[in-house]
Structure formats: structure tokens, C-alpha cells
Ligand binder design. Sequence first.
Ligand SMILES: C[S@@+](CC[C@H](N)C(=O)[O-])C[C@H]1O[C@@H](n2cnc3c(N)ncnc32)[C@H](O)[C@@H]1O
Ligand code: SF4
Length: 451
Amino acid sequence: MKQIDRLRSLGLFDARVPRYTSYPTAPVFTPQVGATDQAQALAALDPDVPVSVYIHIPFCERLCWFCACRTQGTQTLAPVESYIGTLEQELALLKDTLPPGLRMGRMHWGGGTPTILPPALIHRLAQAVKAVIPPTEDCEFSVEIDPTMVDRAKIAALAAEGMNRASIGIQDFDPVVQEAIGRLQPFDVTRACVEDLRAAGIHSLNADLVYGLPHQDAARLNDTVAKVLELAPDRIALFGYAHVPWMSKRQKLIDEATLPHEVERYQLAELAARRFAEAGFDSIGIDHFARPDDGLALAARTGHLRRNFQGYVDDRCATLIGLGASSISRLPTGFVQNAPATPAYVQRIEAGDLAGARGHVMTGDDLLRARAIEMIMCDFRLDLDALREEFGPEADGLRGEMTRAAERFGDLVTLGDDTLAIPPEGRALTRMVARLFDGYTPDGARYSQAS
Ligand SMILES: C[S@@+](CC[C@H](N)C(=O)[O-])C[C@H]1O[C@@H](n2cnc3c(N)ncnc32)[C@H](O)[C@@H]1O
Ligand code: SF4
């Protein structure tokens, strides 16, 4: 049977499964866990262990139709400036909560569009964070950059505050695709942005691409890949387009008849992956690529690749403190998400409380399954020996799921005495394999396509 027919018979093209950027996934979170749990967990952090910090900027000047990120449009800076004021208040609350001496090993600004901030607000925000959680010597500071919403002055401000990694949004360079997703972005503008970043001393660049977009076909994607390679990024994220109009209403502007069908989608992903491999990139997890000397590739080779809300990371900080509307913190006790809507977030902070609105307290079983799923998503290999070292004999409780995976996916997974591995020809099934180890089926949760 042809590979595509096998994948189809295994249900790949019909499956809707989580992307497992956390376990449990966000639909499992409940309002029973909130600001009080958040404050207790933050106060109990070990000040000698650096943390990661994520800051969400939920504003964009343009609202691209394909985008599923939590953001809102604005044509003026007034709401953005006011939001930075709220972030400063949130930081003041954190200062009263965190143990003195805590340092920051990583900081990431995402959105929305962090580069909507003018230089003065970039400095204000960066300095407010550093005043509360000072960076370690080798702190990595990365920012999501929209090439159409940035200039040299903003890049200089970010670099002066310590930005040493940048992630640029590209999606696709084809004008027909760009028009169909409501995001016009000329190649020249993107190239100029890359040159400005490099001139400012930012040498680590990631490029975000998306496959499965309207009107995308092999020729168009080939051309986009060639242009991306010309920009010589260190990392590439190639996300499958998540068409979730029930969550992201602006996606209703996308004509579903122009979306590539499931098999075409799969072939587009394969095509891009092949081109990146030929260009010398290592394949990382299900949807990232990195030059062999990049930190992500190194982490993948040495078993240190991790998965969090930003996707694949080489971040060793176990704790992630999320600031801003909708941000999720990963704390030693579990997850807490700030109020998702900006007005609700602002209201909580102005009332003098942390903004945690829902979350989940991890049980021992959650911790074990979270690590097992992370191993599958990062290493394509679940290793009971390693899990036993961390979790003791409880790890053997996963044997039933391992056997079920082998029964369900046949020789597209490899079952050993203590291991379950996914060989290259089964990699497209990774999220479905991970799903077998998920102990929750949240009511009403709807996920994006597995392929
Ligand atoms: C916060 S956004 C991008 C940052 C910046 N605002 C920009 O547009 O360049 C982060 C990334 O999420 C990805 N993304 C957004 N919506 C998506 C969707 N529906 N399916 C797959 N990936 C998506 C895109 O690749 C995007 O670059
Ligand atoms: S892709 Fe970027 S600019 Fe476009 S709506 Fe999403 S966050 Fe905003």
C-alpha cells in the first residue's frame, strides 16, 4: 500500500488532535485554579533556579485573516501604552510575591505584535521586567517580529535591551496566497528587516512559515522556500495551518474552497521538509528545522529538546512566568492562565490581584504523562527506563498505552521491551500517538487537523 493510503487508513487525514504545547492541554484548565494558587506557587519558587518569562502583547495594526493568535486590532498607540502600564502594575504585584534574588534565564515577547511598541515603550517594558526579575549573564531574549511593523529604531531599542534572538513572521511569500490570508508582505520588506536585524548584531533568526494556506501549491511553496533560504535563517518553524473559525472568527474571511485538501497539505509539508533537509537543516520535532550548529539542533541531538507554549525550545528553565492577557504560567504545581480577554486581565490587575483565571494542579499521573508526551513530541521515542528514573515504578503504568500504540499503528511505530519509537515513515502520526497517552478528553474541545 502506498504511504499516503496507509496514513489515510490509520485515520491521519480525519484526526483532530492537540498540538501538545502543554499537557494537560488548555481546554482541561478550570476556574477552580486561579490567582491564589498562582501567588502561592510563585512565592514558593527557589530563588537560585532561573525562570523563563513570557510577555504577551495582544495588539496588531493589521489583523491577518489566517491568524489564530490571541490579539486585537488597533490603529492608535493609546491602548498599547495603557496596556504597558498594566504590565508594570502586574510586575509590581509579582515583586511583592516572588522570592528575592530570583533571576531570569530567558525572556520571550510574543503576540500579537510586540514590534507595535515604539522604542520608548520597548525600553519601559524591558526595564520594568529587569527591575523585578534581573536577567542572568547568559539570558536569552527573543522577540516575535512582524517585518512590516518594525524599523531600525525599534530594532536598536530591542538590541539595546538585550534581544539576542528574533523570530520573523513570514507565512508565505506568494502574492496570491498573501492576498487570500489578508497579509501583504513583500519579500524586499522582509529582506530589509533581516538585514537590519543582522546589522544590529542579532545573529540568531527564526522564520515562521505555514503550510496548508489557501491557494498554496507545490510551485508556490517551492518559491517561498527558495526565498526563505536566501534569507539564511538559523531556524524555521513550518506550522500546519490550523483552520479553527469557531475560535478565531476572522478565519471566516478565508474561502474554505481554496484550502488545499488533506493529502495536498501532507504533500506540501513533505516538500518543504525535503527542501530544508537538502539545504542542510536538521529536522526538529514535528514542525521545526535548524542549522546543525544552532542551539535547537544541539538540544535535539543531546536529548534536551523541550516543548512549551512557544513550540520547540532548548530552554532548560522548568518554570515559565507568563505576563499579560491570556499568558500561561508553568509553575512547579501546575499551570495558571491569566484572564484571556484584555479588559478582564486589566480589571484583575487594577483590583490588586494577580490575573490567574483558570489553571490545573498537576497530579503525579499528569507529570508522568506530560513527560511521556513531551518525549514523543520531541524525540519520537518514549523510554520507560528514563521515565522510571524520574517517576519510579509508576512509569510502567504506561505499558498498556504503548501496546495499544503498536496495535493501532503497526510497523509505523516500533515497540521494544521498554521503548516505543516512531520511525521516520511514521512521523506524520506523532500527535495521534501522543494522544493515546493523554488521560483527558475535555468536554467540547475541538482541535486542528493532525496532518
Ligand atoms: C504571534 S504570530 C506572529 C508574530 C507577528 N505578529 C507577525 O505577524 O509576524 C506567531 C506565529 O503563529 C503562526 N500562526 C498564527 N496563526 C496560525 C494558524 N492559524 N495556523 C498555524 N500557524 C499560525 C504564524 O506562523 C505566526 O507567525
Ligand atoms: S499573524 Fe501577526 S500581525 Fe497577523 S494577526 Fe497574527 S499576530 Fe497579528
